[in-house]
Design a protein around this ligand. Structure first.
Ligand code: ARG
Length: 462
């Protein structure tokens, strides 16, 4: 069956039909198309095209189709051009001749835009849920190890000690912004195209606000030419998905390093590691590597859709059919990565003693000593020189920070006192970082509490 054909003497070549079909991927819009078509039937009743009885017969048929579509084999063997054609053909089988009225004044251009937006809204909500699962796991990890200290890095060189919980909250913040970006993408998708026709608006006096209410859209589009060809709502999602993947990928990279023999800071669980077919001793962080690896195709999807849209004249062009595979792919990779990441976070154990020793033994407390001197009135440039000299002497003499006695410190700078000697312990050094956003224990404790409150609010959203 075709939804067009009257104007043609023969039909498209089989070769071209195969080339142009989209059912193989837009089958994913089946539920959206059925729900949307039910709302369309109601709209047709309101403008007097369908009687109440016809509309109800059509609704019953769509309900039976929704029920039957739960079986994954429902589409097996279908060779229709796209999901919209499939649904109308099935409606004819279910409801008979009245099915011929369902497409009155409707274009697939507005239909596919409506279906796609409806589907994406649901997918974005699911992505947000998965993301809050990851955030909850990070917060739990932070609170499970409130006292663990690790070296913070710049240039991948040990820089200053931070609390493990502070480190976890850094990623929490990135994911919180990703959640907001998804929220914005949801808001952009939440605009109803139905009632826009093929490009020029509807020739029937539709109450578009009512259609929007029936379908759960909060707004209607303002311009028909725009909405049948706009796909930047999909780009917004792909950008939010790409940014989320970037953040996930950075975390994965950290943990791949931290769990290596060279760092030894953590041990991912058996749940997310694999062995080698040759080397019996291996325990590889494949889950984290795949999470990092899947970031490439998601960013590629954003790029792919941008290039598809670039240079399209108004309004709808068939090129736009290529909008769906990148979005579906990105959504699947994002879903998988978020779920596996939550599992990885929940099954990883850290080794606080190893982490703290790495921070303690490598002079990450040097800044605290320089700042101590500055508080005692030494100009910072001079204080920096003194602390640097201490590090140099330690390196030359093979001493660790904690090997320095107060007398030895005072021989270098008389301003050093017992408090300075305490700062040789990284745990003590980080306590000075009290302003908001810093790594002092009380500050981080308050940040954890605030994060938990924000997370609860995110989880309460629709
Ligand atoms: N399968 C098409 C798509 O996904 C549906 C719209 C077809 N419209 C058209 N004018 N050929 O974009």
């Amino acid at each position: 069956m075709k939804l067009w054909g009257g104007r043609f003497e023969s039909g498209p070549a089989k070769l071209f039909e195969d080339f142009s079909e989209s059912l193989s991927f837009d089958r994913r819009l089946l539920e959206a198309d059925l729900v949307g078509s039910k709302a369309w039937a109601l709209a047709l009743e309101r403008v007097g095209i369908l009687s109440a009885e016809e509309r109800s017969r059509i609704h019953e048929a769509f309900d039976r189709m929704l029920e039957a579509s739960r079986d994954p084999s429902y589409l097996d063997g279908a060779t229709d051009e796209d999901i919209h054609t499939f649904v109308i053909r099935k409606l004819e089988e279910e409801a008979g001749a009245v099915a011929g009225k369902i497409h009155t004044g409707r274009s697939r251009n507005e239909q596919v835009a409506t279906d796609f937006r409806w589907w994406l809204k649901g997918e974005i909500r699911a992505s947000q849920q998965r993301l809050t699962g990851v955030m909850a796991a990070l917060l739990d990890f932070a609170q499970r190890e409130p006292n663990a200290v690790l070296p913070g890095y710049t240039h991948l060189r040990r820089a200053q000690a931070v609390l493990w919980s502070h480190y976890c909250l850094a990623y929490f913040e990135m994911f919180a912004r990703d959640w907001e970006r998804l929220e914005q993408a949801h808001d952009r998708a939440d605009v109803l195209p139905y009632g826009s026709g093929a490009l020029a608006g509807s020739g029937f006096p539709h109450d578009r606000e009512a259609i929007a209410r029936d379908l759960g859209f909060s707004k209607i589009s303002r311009n028909s030419l725009d909405v049948v060809s706009d796909r930047d709502f999909a780009l917004d999602f792909l950008f939010a998905a790409s940014t989320t993947m970037l953040h996930i990928s950075r975390l994965a990279e950290d943990w791949i390093l931290y769990s290596s023999e060279e760092f030894g800071f953590m041990e991912p669980g058996d749940e997310v590691t694999t062995g080698s077919s040759l080397m019996p001793q291996k325990r590889n962080p494949d889950a984290l590597e795949l999470i990092r690896g899947k970031t490439g195709p998601v960013i590629g999807s954003l790029h792919a859709l941008m290039v598809t849209i670039k240079g399209l004249p108004l309004a709808y062009n068939r090129d736009l059919q290529e909008d769906k595979p990148p979005v579906f792919n990105a959504a699947d990779h994002l879903a998988g990565a978020l779920e596996v990441l939550e599992l990885a976070i929940r099954t990883t154990q850290i080794r606080p003693a190893v982490m703290e020793k790495a921070a303690q033994d490598s002079w990450t407390q040097a800044t605290a000593l320089a700042e101590f001197l500055a508080r005692r009135g030494v100009p910072f440039h001079r204080a920096h020189q003194i602390a640097g000299g201490l590090v140099l002497a330690s390196v030359k003499e093979g001493k660790k920070p904690q090997d320095w006695t107060l007398e030895q410190l005072q021989a270098i700078a008389p301003e050093f006192d017992a408090e300075a000697a305490e700062l040789l312990q990284v745990r003590r050094a980080l306590e000075n970082h009290t302003p908001p956003g810093g790594t002092a224990p009380a500050t981080v404790q308050a940040a954890c509490q605030a994060a938990a409150d924000r997370l609860a609010a995110m989880r309460r959203e629709p």
